[in-house]
Design a protein around this ligand. Structure first.
Ligand SMILES: Cc1cc2nc3c(=O)[nH]c(=O)nc-3n(C[C@H](O)[C@H](O)[C@H](O)COP(=O)(O)O)c2cc1C
Length: 323
């Protein structure tokens, strides 16, 4: 197994950011723009309605990035694919076959950390990162041989956790020396610097990338993000059966009112069922509070880098006061 340092060096990142996979939202253009601009771009296999279509997207991404690498004469960050490993997702095996055939460099597994999946990806030299919301599932992912743990904390978009990132990162670091990604309401360069300070190796950013020109999100969705603060986000299992953060305005528009937020829907990760749930019901994390625009991904990434470097410099300047 590769060491943490080896894995981080192999990612060719300009800033320590992974644009996380988002159902309905992340498409191949966003992934390509992310990788071209120095961060790791990802998308859920289920974002294409068929396994054949998914494979076409992978081929397009591979081809475009290879051409760009040849043009620039340097390696770009790899791309990643998200596989929902759950018994209700009938595409796990066919999509995994595509992943192995196309040698997808990074696979992000959610819900199930399964050794057979990890072994299949390792067989061609790929990496597996797995998202977790507590130490129990983190240990299972470590036991399955995953290369990176994605800590999904309170306030994240999608199926968020409930833990505060500060103790969670420290607790996981005590358990293992592998790559730690931190996810949950990270929207600015300042946030990225803060995550590194907490002990994370990489930042896992979702909601911030909904508001990019290349994201597949509805204009109304993007506007609602710009107009929202933390009070407009509600954590409830009433939509997909697993607690997730949703935009209150979209739930209300669909008739899911406050009195229903305590109920738990039945979980079903079949593409058709999920698409119905997520098309008009919009998920976003508490990071909406600091999102005020909808730039091209390239511009956003440049702004994030500038903000991160400024935050690091400011931290250094504080030494004059406190050292
Ligand atoms: C609209 C939306 C859709 C998402 N879909 C998926 C998905 O299909 N698979 C997955 O692993 N995570 C999914 N997530 C979770 C993100 O990958 C990531 O964990 C989260 O966005 C990080 O928190 P942040 O949104 O506060 O940055 C989704 C998140 C959002 C906001």
């Amino acid at each position: 197994m590769k060491s943490r340092q080896e894995i981080l060096a192999s990612l060719n990142l300009d800033i320590p950011v992974v644009a996380s996979p988002m159902f309905i939202v992340s498409r191949q253009q966003l992934v390509i723009e992310c990788c071209k601009n120095g961060i790791l771009g990802t998308f859920p296999a289920l974002n294409n309605r068929t396994t054949e279509g998914f494979e076409e997207w992978v081929i397009e991404i591979k081809k475009t990035l290879a051409e760009e690498e040849a043009r620039l004469g340097k390696k770009l960050p790899p791309y990643g694919v998200n596989l929902i490993v759950h018994k209700t997702n009938p595409r796990v095996m066919p999509d995994l076959e595509v992943i192995v055939r196309q040698q997808v460099p990074l696979v992000i597994t959610s819900l199930g950390a399964v050794k057979d999946v990890v072994d299949a990806v390792h067989s061609y030299g790929g990496l597996v990162f797995h998202d977790v919301t507590n130490t129990y599932h983190a240990q299972k992912a470590i036991d399955a041989g995953c290369d990176g743990l994605i800590l999904i904390t309170a306030g994240a978009g999608g199926h968020a956790g409930t833990l505060n990132p500060m103790p969670f990162v420290t607790e996981i670091r005590k358990m293992w020396d592998g790559v730690i990604l931190l996810g949950g309401a990270i929207s600015t360069g300042n946030d990225i610097a803060a995550c590194l300070q907490m002990g994370a190796d990489l930042c896992y950013m979702g909601t911030r990338f909904i508001n990019t020109q290349e994201a597949m999100a509805d204009e109304g969705y993007k506007k609602m993000i710009i107009d929202s603060g933390t009070r407009e986000i509600i954590y409830t299992a009433s939509v997909s059966g697993i607690p997730a953060n949703w935009m209150v305005g979209s739930l209300e528009a669909a008739g899911i009112t406050k009195d229903m937020w305590d109920q738990k829907a039945k979980a079903d990760f079949g593409a058709e069922h999920e698409a119905k749930a997520w098309k008009n019901l919009w998920s976003a994390g508490q990071g909406v509070a600091t999102i005020h625009d909808n730039p091209p991904a390239a511009e956003l990434i440049a702004t994030l880098k500038k903000g991160m470097l400024t935050a690091m410099q400011e931290q250094k300047d504080r030494l004059a006061v406190y050292a």
